[in-house]
Design a protein around this ligand. Structure first.
Ligand code: OGA
Ligand code: MN
Length: 294
């Protein structure tokens, strides 16, 4: 098989062909595969979103693939390949009022993974097992290209600004109250992060915003919300967005340091079963700030 990398045509994303990810695990020491891995990692840094069709990775192979990018993050008290699905443990579809459904409804807002945690995520992997007949895609937006496209005055305005990030706030905004502290990720005080993030590998600046961001120090709550809304609205537009319509077996990996993403709605009477693996950020570059320099 020959590795192929085909950009999507948007400013982000490429389809990767000619690779069997299950054979790319830590034990696969064949020289050819290692050469493929170098090319895949380069493509990841360039395109920030890689799409691999027809893979059907099992959970072990998905985690092994994730380990190539770094440490696996603990998520919802678990680590590995976590089900993101509207199916309950008893096999029945979950009612919209349940916590997993509330979290998945939250995923429909533009966000970057774990920005509300002390250490934000480096990358995420999502793979599809069962998908609805229509809807239920995933969309990504390129915050590097968004930053590049900002007017110079806006770049100057935000250069030294930070925002707090909180999932409790972002869930409350869509009407979900965390009565029992059940999101389990409340960090007090919430993480504070610059609005512009420099990519630790490529050095490219990117907007670091999304639904969890709020409360820019130095601005009133209304000014802060208006600025964050304006940036998000500007950023998440063509040619900076790409939507993937899933086929069972697809595997996608993306760079949370420079992309936002969101799930697209679907009819919840249909089954959608995905697996998610989150790769932890580097403490040197993805830790929240201890004190506001902004
Ligand atoms: C997530 C997420 C998107 C989707 O699991 O963090 O945002 O399409 N998922 O399920
Ligand atoms: Mn997510």
């Amino acid at each position: 098989m020959t590795l192929s990398i085909e950009p999507t045509g948007a400013t982000l994303g490429a389809r990767v062909g000619g690779v069997d990810l299950a054979r790319l695990d830590a034990d696969a020491l064949e020289v050819a595969l290692e050469a493929d891995w170098e090319a895949i990692l380069d493509a990841f840094h360039e395109h920030a979103l890689l799409i691999f069709g027809s893979q059907s990775l099992d959970t072990k192979a998905q985690v092994a693939f994730g380990r190539r990018f770094g440490e696996i993050e603990h998520l919802y008290g678990r680590s590995g390949a976590i089900p993101i699905t509207n199916q309950g443990p008893d096999g029945k579809l979950l009612p919209d009022s349940t916590l997993p459904m509330q979290i998945m409804r939250g995923n429909e807002g533009w966000h970057t993974d774990s920005s509300y945690m002390p250490l934000s995520a480096k990358a995420s992997i999502l793979s599809a097992q069962v998908v609805p007949a229509s809807g239920g895609g995933t969309e990504w937006a390129d915050m590097r290209a968004a930053y590049d496209a900002l007017a110079p005055e806006m770049r100057e305005r935000i250069a030294d600004l930070c925002a707090f990030h909180s999932i409790r706030r972002s869930q409350a905004k869509i009407g979900h109250q965390d009565g029992e502290g059940s999101y389990g990720f409340d960090v007090d005080p919430p993480p504070l992060r610059p609005l512009v993030k420099r990519h630790p590998v490529t050095g490219r600046p990117a907007l670091y915003i999304g639904r969890h961001a709020y409360g820019i120090p130095g601005l009133s709550e209304a000014e802060s919300e208006a600025l964050l809304d304006e940036l998000l609205d500007f950023a998440c537009r063509p040619p900076r967005v790409y939507e993937h319509r899933w086929e069972p077996g697809d595997v996608v990996v993306w760079d949370n340091r420079c992309l936002l993403h969101r799930a697209r709605p679907y009819d919840h009477t249909e089954l959608r079963r995905m697996r998610h693996t989150r790769i932890a950020g580097d403490p040197r570059t993805e830790s929240a700030l201890e004190a506001a320099p902004c």
